[in-house]
Design a protein around this ligand. Structure first.
Ligand code: HEC
Ligand code: HEC
Length: 224
């Protein structure tokens, strides 16, 4: 479903594309990196796609396909799909609302509190506004434009912020290139802190498996 619009594409056809499509080499099948249900892979900085808004996912694929967003792996994958297939596959991943999530081990506990502060209020000194303004409470996203950050691998969040700081500014579809400008004002410490912080928050909706495994809701701010 798109926010306020008609659903585009067919999730059933999308599911077939996830496991392979003509024109894609076997290792280019989405399943090998994002998983059948869009869980992603923190170890390799592969983003979680499950229950992300279709508008956002589809625009990401369109941006790779037409060169606005550039990535060694994703550019050829998106180009190999037709526009209809991009709709189908994003309809499928957007519909995955109960994909398992495992809270990663805390790598830099000393940065968690700083990450929480940056997320909530930003930093007046650095000229960074709070992420919550656009990414919503607990990083759950504000569809259709702002993606969720909660439950994304820290490695992926950091990689995108670093890319925006460097040459890859054109892929920023925000008005006035807000993400590239924010990232440009962040140092290593800020990037590590917000990445670690959002990686610790369960995605919304909280997968049932996560609740039963932990016995408690996890989509709250982690306690440092
Ligand atoms: C070999 C690993 C690999 C394969 C196969 C792969 N991806 Fe990706 N995907 C990635 C990586 C790495 C990124 C992050 C790229 C970046 O930083 O821009 C990504 C990013 C994305 C994004 C953007 C997510 C976001 O939050 O902005 C979408 C959407 C996506 N992939 C969909 C797909 C689909 C659909 C397929 C199959 C047709 C697929 N990917 C196949 C590794 C892969
Ligand atoms: C003014 C609104 C705004 C603010 C403030 C903002 N963002 Fe964003 N952010 C966006 C939008 C919109 C996108 C989608 C960009 C795109 O599609 O190119 C985005 C994308 C991202 C992404 C890429 C997610 C993905 O799945 O690829 C990351 C990471 C991110 N923002 C982190 C942050 C962090 C960390 C902060 C706080 C320091 C922040 N953002 C503050 C609007 C904002």
């Amino acid at each position: 479903m798109t926010a306020g619009g008609a659903p585009r594409g067919d999730p059933e056809r999308g599911k077939a594309i996830v496991v392979g499509a003509p024109g894609l080499a076997p290792e280019q099948a989405c399943i090998s990196c994002h998983g059948i249900d869009g869980q992603g892979d923190p170890a390799a900085a592969f983003p979680r796609l499950a229950a992300q808004s279709q508008d956002y996912l589809l625009r990401a694929l369109e941006d790779y396909a037409d060169g606005r967003r550039v990535h060694d792996i994703m550019t050829p994958v998106a180009k190999a799909l037709s526009s209809g297939q991009r709709q189908d596959v994003t309809a499928f991943y957007a519909s995955r609302r109960d994909t398992a999530w495992i809270r990663p081990p805390l790598e830099k506990p000393e940065l968690l509190q700083y990450g929480a502060a940056l997320a909530a209020i930003g930093s007046a000194t650095l000229g960074i506004q709070g992420c919550i303004n656009c990414h919503g409470p607990a990083g759950k996203g504000l569809p259709p434009t702002a993606p969720y950050l909660s439950g994304q691998p820290a490695s992926y969040i950091a990689a995108r912020l670093v890319a925006w700081r460097g040459a890859n500014k054109a892929d920023d579809a925000t008005p006035a290139n807000i993400m590239a400008r924010l990232a440009g004002r962040m140092g290593e410490r800020e990037i590590a802190a917000v990445s670690e912080y959002y990686a610790q928050i369960a995605p919304d909706p909280i997968p049932a498996s996560t609740i039963s495994a932990a016995g408690q809701p996890l989509n709250q701010e982690p306690t440092p």
